[in-house]
Design a protein around this ligand. Sequence first.
Ligand code: 5GP
Ligand code: ZN
Length: 115
Amino acid sequence: MSQEPNCIFCKIAAGQIPSKKVFEDEDLIVFHDIAPWAPVHLLIVPKAHIVSHADLTDAHAALAGKMMVLAPKLMRELGVTGGFRTVINTGRDGGQEVMHLHMHVMGGPRPWAKG
Ligand code: 5GP
Ligand code: ZN
């Protein structure tokens, strides 16, 4: 598994930094975002250090599919019944701050909704 020594999500995946983990297998780790934008805000993170969505190739198709399929499963398990939003920020212009691929999954009553 390729890891970057200074990468925060590699450190979380390696258990060197604590997180509120909700799922882990050989390929992925999922934990609650430290600064949630929604009542339930998960980050689905490959354990391998892949910088961004723009770095995915055909070789990552199964991994990317696994991330996509896991999102609704975890939301169901966490009792989110009213829907959720998935976001992948990619690169500087995409607003990506942590340069290790992650999918945001945000659910629960919408605190950002107007009125
Ligand atoms: P980005 O802008 O890169 O898509 O999102 C990065 C996300 O990672 C942000 O929502 C931020 O709150 C979250 N984050 C950054 N550092 C940590 C951390 O150490 N632990 C956890 N759980 N989340 C983090
Ligand atoms: Zn990393």
